[in-house]
Every structure is written in C-alpha cells, then in structure tokens.
Design a protein around this ligand. Structure first.
Ligand SMILES: NC(=O)c1ccc[n+]([C@@H]2O[C@H](COP(=O)([O-])OP(=O)(O)OC[C@H]3O[C@@H](n4cnc5c(N)ncnc54)[C@H](O)[C@@H]3O)[C@@H](O)[C@H]2O)c1
Ligand SMILES: O=P(O)(O)OC[C@H](O)CO
Length: 333
C-alpha cells in the first residue's frame, strides 16, 4: 500500500488526506496540536477545520514529524506558504531520501519571491524529479464532502506526475498531469490576489461586469508574468489557471474572496484579519507577486491595486478610479 505523509492538519491538508485514503493510500497526517491529532484519531473528525466530515480509517494523525515521515513515498506539504521554510528545515532530515515532495500551497515567499517548489528544492536539495505541485479549483470543504472536482498534478518528470495522479485519483477527484510546475504554481498563487480584488469589488457593491473584467484581466496579468518566467501559456487556460480563478472568485467558501469582500464593505485590515480564522494566502502573497512582477519587468496593475488597498491603506474607491483611468491599451500586447 502507498504510504503518504501529509504535513498540515488545516482544511486542505485534511481534505487531501481524505482523497489519498479514498484512493487507497495509507496516510499519516502531521499537526502541531496534540488535541487535534487526538480528535482525528478518536472521533475520525477534524472539528476545527472540517466539522461534520468523517475521515476514513486509513488517515491517522500524529504530532511527531518523524512518525509521519516513516516510509512515505509521497510527502505532502500543506502549511501556510510563509511558514514552509521554517517547517521544512526541521522536517527535511527526517524524510526518506527517495520521497516525492508535493506542494499543495498557493503562495509566494515574502522577501525572496520564491515559489514553494523553489523553497522545497533549496531546503531539501531534491531535484525536479522529486518535486511536484497540486493545484486547481479545489475548495477544501467541497472536496471533503466528496463533491466532484478536477485538479492538476505537475512535475517536471511526467512519470512521477503519473504516479502521484494514481495516488490521488478517486471517483470524485480527477487529477490531470502536467509538466509545467512554474505555470501551475503561479496560477494558484496569483488567483488568490485576483480573488481579493473580486471580493473587494463585490463588497463595494460593483456588478458582474466589473467582476468578470477583473477575472479576465487578472488572468491576462497572470499569463504575462508566467510567460516572463518560462511557464507554458496553455497552463493558464487550464484548471490551475482559469479553473481555479473562476472557483475562487465566485465562491463564498474562498477565504481570499471573503477577505476582499469584508475590506470592500469598509472593514479595516485589522478587523478583517481578526475575523479570518484560516489562511488567506493572497494577503501576504500580493506583495511577493508584485515583487516577482517587478523582478521580471512585468506590469500587473490589479495586483498593484490590491497591494495598495491591503497594505498601503488606499481607499477602494480611489483605487477603482485609478485602475479605470489607466492609459488605453490593446487587449493583447
Ligand atoms: N483550503 C482550501 O480550500 C485550499 C485549497 C487548495 C489549496 N490550498 C492551499 O493550501 C495551503 C494550506 O491551506 P489550508 O487551507 O489548509 O490552511 P488552513 O489555515 O486551513 O490550515 C493551515 C494549517 O497550518 C498550520 N499552521 C499554521 N501556522 C503554522 C506554522 N507556523 N507551522 C506549522 N503549521 C502551521 C495550522 O495549524 C493549520 O493546521 C495554502 O497555501 C492554501 O492556499 C487551500
Ligand atoms: O479559500 P481560498 O481562497 O484559499 O481558496 C481555496 C482554493 O485555493 C481554491 O482552489
């Protein structure tokens, strides 16, 4: 039986552990808090992140990172992007030397502007054939309810992507393979920033035309950045690009969308952070995505606007006026 370690007992780590178990894997879920691990093992639920969802018997939880790592063919990473470097530095010596590291995270590291797979490579020394990412329209709560979804598993080595595909393919979860790791990661990270923008627009009471325009131009600026970084343009028309953008920008289950909505309604950043219990990656990653854009000489006006509203206190109405009064452009440049 395929053994998998999942590090992170939040919404997505737990829901994906369930997918893996349903696909026939034996899963050990690592979490920081003993009481949560105990709850998973005794009640088969994760009351803090997925209340009411019964987890399969093949998912066991532990607070011991070495126990989780033992014999793991795949090591799945599902902690907040900004904590990965610190966490993985502690876990790396415990991991089997041939384990495939799988990032579920959708963020870019602040300061270094590194994608998660780059952080994984730097900390573990693993080559591209041992680093994979999973990204797509995958709202954890829906997947935990076994509602149908598709996704992308990307690895530079296609055979490894196919192994991971087999390890997480279930009747309700349909993963496709891809070799464009950069494109899949960027699609996942930038859609969170665009979802903040769409949420803000929604909170301001703007209409569907405005939201569709943000989604479409958001995809245009994501693709521009991706092309500058060597990604495949087609990835952005796929599940990890448009697919995830549509799901995140239209769902009230999205933490980024909801965060933006609250800001757009007039809540302060502090109030919004105080009522957000889970990770809204775009709040921090909007700055690192803008950093990436500047490093690559790419214009990302929506991302810049989100940074202005979230981190520089720009009122949404002023930001809207500025965005709409930018110089006229051709749709494709
Ligand atoms: N929830 C979703 O629907 C979903 C879907 C796809 C991808 N993702 C991505 O998966 C990643 C994880 O998100 P999530 O939704 O599971 O987040 P979450 O907020 O639900 O859970 C985060 C987990 O990380 C733990 N954690 C927080 N700080 C930590 C630290 N310093 N060290 C170790 N652990 C720490 C928390 O205790 C929690 O168990 C994010 O990058 C997110 O963008 C989430
Ligand atoms: O809740 P969000 O905004 O982090 O989005 C969750 C997933 O990334 C959707 O695919």
């Amino acid at each position: 039986m395929t053994r998998v370690a999942v590090y992170g007992t939040g919404s997505w780590g737990t829901a994906f552990a369930m997918v893996l178990a349903d696909a026939g894997c034996e899963v050990t879920l690592w979490g920081r808090r003993a009481e949560l691990a105990e709850a998973v093992n005794t009640t088969r639920t994760n009351p803090d992140y997925l209340p009411g969802v019964i987890l399969p018997e093949a998912v066991r939880a532990t607070t011991d990172p070495a126990e989780a790592a033992d014999g793991a063919e795949f090591t799945v990473l599902a902690v907040p992007s900004q904590t990965l470097r610190g966490n993985l530095s502690a876990w790396a010596p415990l991991l089997p030397s041939d384990t495939v590291l799988v990032s579920l995270m959708k963020g870019v590291e602040l300061g270094t502007a590194k994608r998660m797979s780059e952080v994984v490579e730097e900390i573990t020394g693993a080559g591209p054939d041992r680093i994979a990412v999973l990204s797509g329209p995958n709202l954890a709560r829906e997947i935990a309810e076994r509602q149908p979804a598709a996704s992308v598993v990307a690895c530079r080595d296609e055979a490894v992507a196919r192994r991971l595909q087999a390890a997480c393919h279930t009747p309700y979860f349909r993963p496709y393979t891809n070799t464009d790791v950069v494109g899949c990661e960027l699609g996942g990270a930038v859609k969170n920033v665009i979802a903040l923008a769409v949420g803000i627009a929604d909170g301001m009471g703007l209409g569907d035309n405005a939201k569709a325009s943000l989604i479409t131009r958001g995809l245009a600026e994501t693709t521009r950045l991706g092309l500058a970084m060597g990604a495949d343009e087609h990835t952005f028309a796929g599940l990890a690009g448009m697919g995830d953008l549509v799901a995140t920008c239209s769902s009230p289950l999205s933490r980024n969308n909801t965060f933006g909505h609250n800001l757009g309604k007039g809540m302060s950043l502090e109030e919004t952070i105080a009522i957000t219990r889970q990770t809204a990656e775009g709040v921090k990653s909007c700055e690192s995505v803008l950093d990436l854009a500047r490093r690559h000489g790419v214009e990302m006006p929506i991302t810049e606007t989100v940074v202005g509203i979230v981190h520089e206190g720009k009122p949404p109405l002023v930001a809207l006026k500025e965005l709409m009064s930018r110089s006229a452009k051709a749709e494709r440049r």
